[in-house]
Ligand binder design. Structure first.
Ligand SMILES: [Zn+2]
Length: 319
């Protein structure tokens, strides 16, 4: 008998995969009460620590520095995000970036006058942020990090929540660190989208313990006392990214959870029977050439720069 779902309390679940994306054994189940898809069992702290010490660094190419092309791509995405949401970020002063990675958000937000503190468990990336980009980043995990209540008016959690073994508990902690009018930005991969686009069996990873879709992400946030910022709901609603604020009204379990679980289970069944990836648009060959074109553009773009910092300053000057 498995433990009750951390989100909805149901003990009803079904297996959706027995392997991870590289073919290694990994049992993944869907909760039929709400649709959250998790590793089974949820790994212990010790198992996770061992994984991040060894496999993760290999899986994620533990290069001492990010590649120039990757940095260019990341800066482009963050620049676009900041420009699209400039009104939401306006007036924010103190930001905590949890899982700050290679620091693009911190660098560009700094140019907008937002003072950022970063927390990044990866030793090399946090050192890169400090040494090359001059950012205030400490090397530690979210679990190790401690901040005073109400310290930040902006917290960013991008591609981190899916790695947490108790996401609601983690979000409750962030809720405390936020000021009363604080803003929390959360972004996670969307398992529903991945199930639709990726080849059968290529969706799961030991490090991604909770695989959210838009409904279950908002469920976890709601349980932690957070609600979506109205403007964010209309702009980003339906995606797995959003801006959340401290809820003004008590949380009520949404009525559509069972329906979400059933739809997602059906999507996983289709996914498991898919032998080749489904192109986002057009044909597989067209997608191949369009990706090649983008990569080629990136290669040409970064040739103009001799250091990572030069790329950062280039984007910083146009934000
Ligand atoms: Zn559930």
């Amino acid at each position: 008998m498995s433990k009750p779902c951390q989100l909805c309390g149901s003990t009803q679940h079904e297996t959706v995969s027995d392997f991870d994306r590289s073919g290694k054994p990994l049992k993944t189940v869907i909760c039929m009460g709400c649709g959250i898809i998790t590793n089974e069992p949820i790994p212990t702290d010790e198992e996770l620590a061992a994984f991040y010490r060894t496999d993760y660094r290999k899986d994620y190419k533990g290069a001492a520095e990010p590649r120039m092309r990757q940095v260019w791509r990341n800066f482009g995405r963050i620049e676009q995000h900041l420009k699209q949401n400039r009104d939401i970020y306006a007036g924010r002063r103190l930001c905590l970036d949890l899982g700050s990675g290679s620091g693009e958000f911190m660098f560009l937000a700094g140019k907008l006058g937002i003072e950022c503190t970063g927390v990044e468990p990866n030793v090399d990336y946090s050192a890169y942020c400090r040494d090359k980009l001059g950012l205030n980043v400490t090397t530690q995990t979210l679990e190790e990090a401690r901040f005073a209540d109400g310290s930040y008016d902006l917290i960013r959690l991008s591609h981190v929540l899916e790695h947490m073994r108790q996401p609601v508990r983690s979000l409750k902690l962030l809720h405390r660190w936020l000021s009363d009018d604080g803003l929390l930005y959360i972004e996670v991969p969307d398992i529903e989208r991945d199930a639709e686009l990726k080849m059968g069996g290529r969706a799961f990873h030991f490090g991604h313990i909770f695989n959210f879709n838009p409904v279950t992400l908002r469920l976890a946030a709601g349980m932690a006392g957070l609600e979506e910022l109205p403007v964010s709901r209309s702009r980003l609603g339906g995606t797995t990214g959003g801006f959340f604020i401290k809820a003004k009204t008590p949380f009520v379990m949404p009525a559509n959870l069972k329906e979400n679980a059933e739809r997602l289970k059906a999507a996983m069944d289709v996914h498991n029977s898919r032998a080749i990836p489904r192109p986002k648009q057009g044909t597989a060959l067209g997608r191949f050439f369009s990706t090649m074109g983008l990569r080629l553009k990136e290669i040409m773009a970064v040739r103009r720069f001799s250091t990572h910092r030069d790329i950062a300053e280039h984007f910083g000057s146009q934000i």
